[in-house]
Design a protein around this ligand. Sequence first.
Ligand code: NCD
Length: 304
Amino acid sequence: MKHLITLENMSVEWWERLYKRCRDIIANPSDYAHEMDGRVMASLFYEPSSRTSFSFQAAMMRLGGKVMGFSDPNTSSAAKGETLADTIRVFTTFSDVAVIRASVAGTAEEVARWSHCPIINAGDGGHTHPTQTLADLTTISMYRGKIGGIHIGLCGDLRNGRTVHSLIHALSKFPDIKFTMISPAGLALPSESETYLRSRGIEYGISESLEDVLPELDILYMTRVQKERFADRAEFERYKGVYLLTKDKLALARKDALIMHPLPRADEISPDVDSDPRAVYFDQVFYGMYIRMSLLIELLTPEF
Ligand code: NCD
């Protein structure tokens, strides 16, 4: 059974197949409208979500499939004390694929052991978020024609931002990628991600200043300070709003730079940036749905 738990071992060939199909779906949506006829997707969200959960639901429905699940675990038997293992055994008996988001790192990997169908990790705590990365890679490819040969600045809460951790896994597979990590020292990248980069011989810069680095970047990837991961409210208050990209600041960026953000934004990008052609964060939402359609086909079609 094929799951999507992490992109740590993603191959470039796998990515290229997914991306090629994604482009074809965008160009010829009616060719795919019945691809998932008769199939059911379980959507199991133990943490809040808008984009990821609805993007997956829309993806499945546009392929002709159906969706069931919950966005609030208190409406499931979890509220009666049912274990996660039992919930997974039950829901995956009813479905052909299950998308799960949970607050504990490693949940998707753990539940795959009990599952009767492919599991897709839609975010496991502050750990990873592989399908957001697929949306990010699609956006980069669409705008730049390829993924290699970029200098990307990852900015914000690099400690808790799971989208950043998965993006590092994936981008490391492509040639000539330069990273600069932009965060306050207290929100620096976890040692796990640093070890991963070092193990692949990838060097990266570190800066606390967005302004210093911005002029050199091909891509600026902004992230939200992950309020829900802070046990200490005062610590969160100290960091919130630490980087705010404004129209004035954007004047420092290259003319062909891309400004990305997985969304939702809190106070990282001011609305006056939205109309700039370099701002592509709503394109990430658009491509996210199509790449998820491609992923569902990949996981549910036996020949792949
Ligand atoms: C991200 C997440 O949930 O990790 N959102 C998303 O899925 N697009 C980013 C975030 O919440 O900051």
